[in-house]
Design a protein around this ligand. Structure first.
Ligand SMILES: [Zn+2]
Length: 341
């Protein structure tokens, strides 16, 4: 069975030292201190260590083939978004990352699908880059769950959604710049508590701000099974019912209506939770995701889903059909190689 992993991250092995190049800021650079691993440095601060599978395309293919996966959707690591930078510099950085992804996809069209990054802090530049992405074979973008602490329903972001809808580009909303991060440094809480909350914040902002009403053809996927949105939908819908004066001020459509309109990935690490997500979303709106190559990801790439004893149709939806629809691709784009094997 074709398996497309819809949520993975990649970074070029070599990048300019952006801080030196632009003369300010704590941009990320890679310190290749040893064979097969590199330190991601944020300015002079150590951010995290990554391994060779964060940049080596062929090593990645070997690794994910072990889990019967044939295709990865790749996008940058959210710390690279750099929405805080001067817009033009963020564009330069984004274009570097996007060109790297476009080259990768051109070289391995059966194994990689690319998502780009754009300077969301300046919609006009972002739209220009979206038009360029369309031309270089990148099928969508990854954006943060907030943009410099501003929610995704802000008017200034509408040109980006409009352009994505018009160009037919998919969107992955990924939690980053987590709320409350400074107040909860211990126990990895920004990742364990902040990220699921961020994703719910993004979904609620887009629903209540009427983004899906304005751009009904927009194809949006939310990471980590939509974070805490689906598990707290009862509360959210009840809030909409009991306090429309607070909640339904910009859009009077029941939030439950949007469930199954957007996509989510399967990164739950819990079969009971995935069953619940499937019940709400329907299998055509839940797709295999791993968050490879990071430790909080499902690095056995859906092995727990295979053990769930789901009907074949449901499994096929999760493993590839939902992703193909999200990306507006056909199965034939990938099956030639399967026949040869
Ligand atoms: Zn991720």
């Amino acid at each position: 069975m074709l398996k497309i992993d819809s949520h993975t991250h990649i970074i070029p092995k070599k990048m300019p030292n952006w801080t030196e190049k632009f003369g300010y800021g704590d941009f990320i650079y890679l310190q290749h201190h040893t064979q097969g691993a590199a330190k991601m440095m944020r300015g002079n601060q150590f951010f995290r260590e990554i391994k060779e599978n964060a940049w080596n395309a062929e090593l990645r293919i070997k690794e994910y083939e072990k889990f019967n996966t044939q295709v990865q959707v790749v996008c940058t690591i959210p710390v690279m978004f750099s929405y805080w930078a001067k817009p033009q510099d963020c564009l330069t950085l984004s274009q570097f990352l996007n060109d790297h992804i476009a080259k990768l996809v051109a070289k391995y069209p059966k194994n990689y699908i690319g998502l780009g990054t754009v300077p969301m802090q300046e919609a006009e530049l972002a739209v220009k880059e979206l038009e360029r992405l369309k031309k270089i074979g990148v099928l969508g973008i990854q954006i943060g769950s907030n943009i410099n602490d501003e929610n995704l329903n802000e008017e200034k972001f509408m040109p980006v959604y409009q352009a994505c809808e018009k160009l037919g580009l998919a969107i992955l909303v990924h939690p980053w710049n987590m709320m409350g991060q400074k107040k909860m440094q211990r126990y990895w809480l920004p990742w364990l508590v902040g990220m699921p909350a961020e994703t719910s914040r993004a979904i609620c902002s887009m629903i209540f701000g009427g983004v899906f009403e304005k751009y009904p053809k927009l194809r949006v996927m939310f990471a980590h099974a939509g974070g805490s949105f689906l598990p707290t939908i009862g509360r959210i819908a009840h809030g909409f019912e009991c306090r429309p004066d607070l909640v339904a001020v910009d859009n009077n459509v029941d939030p439950r209506k949007y469930i199954g309109q957007f996509w989510v990935d399967s990164v739950t690490h819990d079969s009971l939770m995935l069953e619940y997500v499937l019940k709400l979303q329907g299998s055509k709106r839940v797709m295999l995701g791993s968050d490879y190559p990071f430790p909080l990801g499902d690095l056995e790439i859906g092995a727990f889903i295979e053990k769930m004893d789901l009907p074949k149709q449901t499994q096929e939806d999760i493993f590839y059909r939902a992703a193909l629809e999200w990306l507006n691709l056909n199965e034939e784009n990938f099956t030639d190689q399967e026949k040869k094997q």
